[in-house]
Design a protein around this ligand. Structure first.
Ligand code: AGP
Length: 609
């Protein structure tokens, strides 16, 4: 996610802001920038790369200012470079703005503003906002009113901070879906995406809520709703240490990222709606340009590929092969110019996946990549890129990257089905409606878990296990694989994922009263078969843990431990069903006292063969 820091007060704004941006570095970013007001002039500095690049720039043209805004950018629209870095300024150069989030209707706003003569310099969605404010100023000389009117025209998610020569002592902020906090000092005040940015100066904060905006001066803060009415806000004292604050109070980044999944999935939907709805082009791909699909990926991303096979083969009726990238590159695959090769990679830098892409390309394939990092190698070598909007994933164990990969792949499969006419529009709209419900279903499960701790209790029962078996069928068989991988990689307990129907062909020999057997047993066309497999395990005294939906009596009667997840469409159930398995692995590793975020022997991105 992007990081925002703003300051107004008696100190040197540049130093306070740069220090604050450094405190937000853990969020991951690819460029940084700052805007300062000095003696009636607005200065902006922005550079691709790390904050030290920005500091070099700031030393070139040193200024002393008491008000400014700064930003670390995690690119979503427009590659990481100096031009696309924030802050962005309007045509007059009198307004500077930084933004965290995704503006869904930016294409339409940009068209309208271009027609009104505005000149854009970047490819970002953000830049439309600052020109929109400038346009609204034509209808009202009161900056706050223009700011409010502009913000109300935005669709999507945003945390905004603005400074302007029209009112040089004030920072204007607004928030919808992306967090924004205000730090209260003595004769100075702070704004930021996250508390660590200013925690060393003050621990008294106001958390803006959605559809609120504020004016921040050194002398005081005023908060308003979107009707322009002032609202009273509670001042909260933050009890966290700095390290706790970087994890937003969570013990580990992995737990934070598991809990970020509702937002990440929602952002991935909204970040891709513009091409899904044909408002913008999904560049580089001809929906009729291929008659077979090959998917290449590693680890968790490979499991996403296995699920995408179900989507594509069922929605588009095209044969799909899924390979571990490390195997694909040495099996001399049959590829030609009618082959679409989809690479799935969170980092965009996994060596095996990149090698598989290059091999496919050399054989004439078209390349599509599903990736979480703008500007990464995979995105530069693919013909078409579909981004996940998970934000930076810090923990080595992949969680929100996986659920957002499934989200992006589901949208792509629907899009291809519509383009090729293999699925009726009303069915596509129906699936889209179900997809839009997924974030709230994940949130419902997570809030129940935060309240009841069902998964945590079961983890306490099994954290000393030496082996574990994960079983699932059909579209949830890859979730069994993913659940097992999560447990292996952070708790070092041997775990195997298997198709439930395969158990009788060998793995059933593993079953005894010491082995936890995790079943994915949610509603679907193969549920009865899964129930029979549960009975087989019970008959051999296996200890059954079942991820299931409310009201499935036969599973409840058989399983020793039940984890209930909200019901969603069967094809979408993997996105929800994986979440308890992520938590199960997390709690077991934490009970064992292991370094959950940095497990032994593992790297976040495997950039070597
Ligand atoms: C999963 O938790 C691991 N971090 C690992 O399997 C990862 O999914 C794999 O290395 C692929 O990484 P990528 O998605 O960045 O290509």
């Amino acid at each position: 996610m992007c990081g925002i820091v703003g300051y107004v007060g008696k100190d040197n704004a540049k130093d306070v802001i740069v220090d604050g941006l450094k405190r937000l570095e853990y969020r991951g970013y690819d460029s940084a920038g700052i805007a300062l007001i000095v003696d009636g002039e607005l200065f902006t500095y922005k550079r691709q790369g790390k904050i030290r690049e920005l500091e070099i720039e700031l030393r070139r043209k040193p200024v002393y200012s008491n008000i400014g805004i700064g930003h670390t950018r995690w690119a979503t629209h427009g590659k990481p470079d100096d031009i696309n870095a924030h802050p962005h300024v309007d045509c007059s150069g009198k307004i500077a703005l930084v933004h965290n989030g995704i503006i869904e209707n930016y294409a339409e706003l940009r068209r309208e503003l271009l027609q009104k003569g505005h000149r854009f310099t970047s490819q970002t969605d953000t830049e439309v906002i600052v020109h929109l404010i400038e346009e609204e100023l034509k209808n009202s000389s009161i900056f706050f009113k223009a700011f409010l009117r502009a913000v109300k025209k935005l669709h999507g998610s945003y945390a905004l901070a603005v400074i302007t020569l029209y009112q040089p002592d004030t920072i204007f902020v607004a928030r919808k879906d992306s967090p924004l906090v205000i730090g209260l000092g003595d004769g100075e005040n702070f704004v930021a995406s996250d508390v660590p940015a200013f925690l060393s100066y003050t621990n008294r904060v106001i958390f803006l809520d959605d559809f609120e905006l504020a004016t921040v001066k050194s002398s005081g803060i005023f908060v308003f709703n979107f009707d322009g009415e002032e609202v009273e806000k509670k001042v909260v004292t933050i009890p966290w240490s700095l390290s706790q604050a970087e994890k937003a109070g969570y013990k580990h980044f992995m737990l934070k990222e598991i809990n970020e999944q509702p937002r990440a999935v929602a952002d991935t939907i909204s970040g891709n709606l513009s091409w899904f709805r044909e408002e913008t082009e999904l560049e580089g791909i001809d929906p009729f340009g291929f008659n077979r699909i090959q998917i290449v990926a590693c680890g968790t991303s490979y499991h996403a590929g296995l699920i995408a096979k179900f989507y594509l083969e069922n929605f588009v009726r095209i044969p799909v092969e899924v390979d571990y990238a490390s195997e694909y590159r040495y099996r001399d695959p049959i590829v030609d110019e009618k082959t679409l090769v989809i690479s799935i990679t969170q980092s965009g830098e996994t060596a095996d996946t990149l090698a598989a892409m290059r091999l496919a390309k050399s054989k004439g394939a078209r390349l599509l990549t599903v990736c979480n990092v703008i500007g990464s190698t995979a995105t530069r070598e693919a013909d078409t890129v579909i981004y996940t909007y998970a934000g930076p994933e810090i923990s080595v164990a992949s969680t929100k990257a996986f659920t957002t990969q499934l989200t992006a792949l589901f949208l792509f499969s629907l899009w291809i089905a519509r383009e090729r006419g293999t699925m009726k529009n009303e069915k596509i709209e129906g699936y889209l409606k179900h997809l839009l419900e997924v974030p709230s279903r994940i949130e419902a499960f997570l809030s129940l878990e935060r309240e009841k701790g069902a998964v945590k209790q079961i983890a306490l029962e099994f954290y000393r296990a030496k082996d574990a078996l994960y079983l699932g069928r059909n579209v949830n068989y890859p979730i069994a694989l993913e659940g097992a991988l999560k447990l292996k990689e952070i708790s070092y307990i041997h775990a195997e994922g298997y198709p439930a129907g395969e158990m009788k062909h060998g793995p059933i020999a593993l079953i005894d009263e010491k082995v936890p057997v995790v079943f994915v047993a949610t509603k679907g066309k193969v549920l009865d078969k899964v129930v029979s497999n549960i009975e087989e395990v019970k008959a051999r005294k296996g200890r059954v843990i079942a991820v299931t939906n409310p009201g499935i009596k036969k599973v409840k009667e058989l399983a020793e431990f039940i984890i209930e997840v909200p019901e969603v469409d069967e094809y979408l159930s993997p996105i929800v069903n994986v979440v308890p398995l992520q938590l199960f692995a997390y709690y077991i590793a934490d009970f064992l006292g292991y370094d959950v975020d940095q497990p032994r022997n593992l790297a976040k991105s495997v950039t070597v063969e």
